[in-house]
Design a protein around this ligand. Structure first.
Ligand SMILES: Nc1nc2c(ncn2[C@@H]2O[C@H](COP(=O)(O)OP(=O)(O)OP(=O)(O)O)[C@@H](O)[C@H]2O)c(=O)[nH]1
Length: 615
């Protein structure tokens, strides 16, 4: 158990018996990245002085926000009882939006370190990831982290962990990623308890893609786990889902910088570079085989990424539209799950309808557009995918409420999720109230230890994407954690509510809501717009309607005095100046029918800034 003394094992010739593939699963902020960094320095592959905080999180946004978006794999040498082992650590994204990526990373491992903050205990993502790991038959090593913290309660949480996975509290390891305490023992435990990979050495090669990253210099870097056989440089490989073939330009391992090798064989984890320019040609979950000697059966578990949440993205300055298009094209190269198509809105101009895996994915993309491409954007309220059947039996998938079919609707189906919420028991009442308001049905409740409860609900995804998480956090003073997984579609009594300005529909404000909530949505939006739209020369009614039926109404009274009048006959240059000034302020006026509305009013109404100001 010492930092590596002998030379590291050469990949491509490492016997499977000397390989251990593992990952770390943890709730957000429980210290996964810090522990991973500590392992890099303790195994000697990164010198302490080269160590920057969170070596593995490459993207700036990841580092700033402390979240892991893209998984990476690192090979580390470790010696135990005179034998050298190659440890492949696969970093998994911890968030629900990326659960498919998590599940593929897990499928590349034989063992998982279940890392729990010794001052916090088990959280929702700990559980969600643990269940995924168990489904993949991984050996679980329970570990409490941050034992250096004064607030750490290792005894209490070791008991909680032991109860959860079975076993004795004393078998739960205690470490500190920060000080390094217990980390060498943890690596020893990995070697002892994680099974060595098994596969057929001389079979046709099969490698599972568990990650695919776009690099502007090298094209797509594909991370794979060899299951059977081996792959060598210059070999022609085939992607089994698309049958496309590519020549391997480079093959290697990350330790942690990319290091070319003579190939990868059974059980090994590494990367391939084939000159592919777009991650969609090298998809997570797909099987790579040899073009000359293809395997007959692909590895199981491959699915196409499916967007769950849709939103319209519009540049605030209309002339930025081409920049937005280019930016999305670029992001798409590195993100197979992002989909988009052009869309126009009367209220917001030209933009794109974009599909995301979930809310965090949406947030990350919009943040990257703002930061990396300097774009000012407005996003419309997130919507899910509804399946609408009309009287003539046609079924339409609706991702944009303004495209809701007209005519008689027979059925509307909406996506459902199974949500697991973990919180201290005092908040059970508040959480149940919230879930009930959001049309949830209780599935079950379980105590974890003495004071924490796991509550499971089935809830429409559409209710979750609309500020559910914020509400949950505020009702539980930040203590609750949430995780969810899709469970399919369900029919519901849903209607489309339109917002009309002097009889004309304002598309960006149409929403699909439950019939019982239609009135609340209608009054909320009409009130917001009344406060935001400036008075016109005439009275302007603002209405909310379901089909032809008006359910709410406000009106903007006519101006008493024509403020422009004072400009007439006055100094023409002054008037021009005023107009110029107006342009500068990017105050684009949108005309809905005869009504002129500054774009800011729409933006404020969509983002709910009105209520904020009132507070
Ligand atoms: N005191 C103490 N703090 C720690 C320890 N490990 C991590 N932290 C702190 O906990 C916070 C979260 O650590 P990260 O390593 O970023 O957590 P993470 O689990 O990788 O977070 P995600 O990547 O967002 O899932 C940071 O502020 C760390 O400095 C530890 O052993 N002791």
């Amino acid at each position: 158990m010492s930092p590596q003394a002998s030379a590291p094992l050469e990949p491509a010739s490492t016997p499977a018996a000397a390989i251990r593939n593992f990952c770390i699963i943890a709730h957000i902020d429980h210290g996964k990245s810090t522990l991973a960094d500590r392992m890099l320095s303790i195994t000697g592959i990164v010198e302490d002085r080269a160590m920057r905080a969170q070596y593995l999180d490459r993207m700036d946004i990841e580092r700033e926000r402390g979240i892991t978006i893209k998984s990476q794999a690192v090979r580390m040498p470790w010696e135990l009882d005179g034998e050298t082992f190659a440890l492949n650590m696969i970093d998994t994204p911890g968030h629900v939006d990326f659960s498919y990526e998590v599940s593929r990373s897990l499928a590349a491992c034989e063992g998982a370190i279940l890392l729990v903050d010794a001052a916090q205990g088990i959280e929702a993502q700990t559980l969600a990831n643990l269940y995924l790991a168990l489904e993949n038959d991984l050996e679980i090593i329970p570990v409490l982290n941050k034992i250096d913290l004064p607030a750490a309660e290792p005894e209490k949480y070791a008991a909680e962990l032991a109860q959860l996975i079975g076993g004795k509290p004393e078998d739960v390891l205690r470490v500190s990623g920060k000080t390094g305490e217990g980390v060498a023992e943890l690596l020893d435990r990995v070697v002892r308890t994680v099974p060595a990979p098994v596969g057929t050495v001389d079979a046709a090669p099969r490698a599972m893609i568990f990650d695919s990253v776009y690099d502007s210099y090298r094209g797509v870097v594909t991370y794979v786990r060899m299951i059977d056989g081996s792959i060598k440089p210059r070999e022609k490989v085939q992607m089994m889902s698309t049958k496309s073939t590519h020549e391997i330009l480079e093959i290697g391992v990350s330790s942690p910088e990319p290091t070319p090798t003579k190939g990868l064989s059974v059980g090994e984890v590494g990367y391939l570079i084939t000159g592919v320019k777009d991650v969609r040609q090298s998809k997570v979950g797909d099987t790579v085989t040899s073009a000359q000697r293809p395997a007959t059966e692909a590895l199981s578990g491959y699915t196409d990424p499916k967007p769950m949440v849709f939103s319209g993205l519009y540049p605030i300055d209309g002339s930025d539209y081409p920049v937005l298009r280019e930016a999305l094209d670029k992001l798409k190269l590195s993100d197979a799950a992002l989909v988009y198509e052009p869309e126009t809105s009367v209220a917001l101009g030209f933009g794109f309808r974009c599909g995301f895996l979930g809310l965090l994915h949406l947030e990350i993309i919009t943040e990257r557009l703002r930061r990396e491409f300097d774009l000012d954007l407005i996003t419309t309220a997130p919507s899910v995918v509804y399946e609408v059947t009309t009287e003539d039996n046609t079924v339409t998938e609706v991702t944009n409420p303004s495209e809701f079919p007209t005519g008689r609707i027979v059925e509307v189906r909406e996506p459902m999720v199974r949500a697991a919420i973990l919180a201290p028991k005092d908040y059970v009442g508040a959480i149940m109230d919230l879930c009930q308001q959001r049309r949830g049905s209780l599935l079950g409740m379980e105590y974890l230890g003495e004071d924490r409860v796991e509550i499971r609900y089935e809830i429409p995804l559409g209710e979750i994407v609309f500020d559910f998480f914020d509400q949950l956090k505020s009702k539980t003073q930040g203590y609750a954690s949430l995780d969810y997984e899709p469970t399919g579609d369900q029919a519901a009594d849903l209607v489309k509510v339109d917002i009309l300005l002097q009889g004309d529909q304002v598309d960006a404000f149409s929403a699909i809501v439950h019939r019982e909530k239609a009135y609340a949505y209608g009054t909320l939006m009409t009130e917001r717009l009344r406060k935001l739209i400036p008075r016109q020369q005439f009275e302007v009614p603002i209405q909310a309607a379901i089909g032809a039926r008006i359910i709410a109404r406000e009106s903007i009274r006519a101006m008493r005095k024509d403020v422009l009048a004072k400009c007439y006959g006055g100094d023409i240059t002054r008037k021009r100046k005023l107009l110029e000034k107006q342009k500068e302020g990017k105050k684009r006026m949108k005309t809905i029918g005869r009504v002129e509305v500054p774009q800011e009013a729409f933006i404020a109404a969509l983002s709910g800034d009105v209520e904020e100001k009132k507070k």
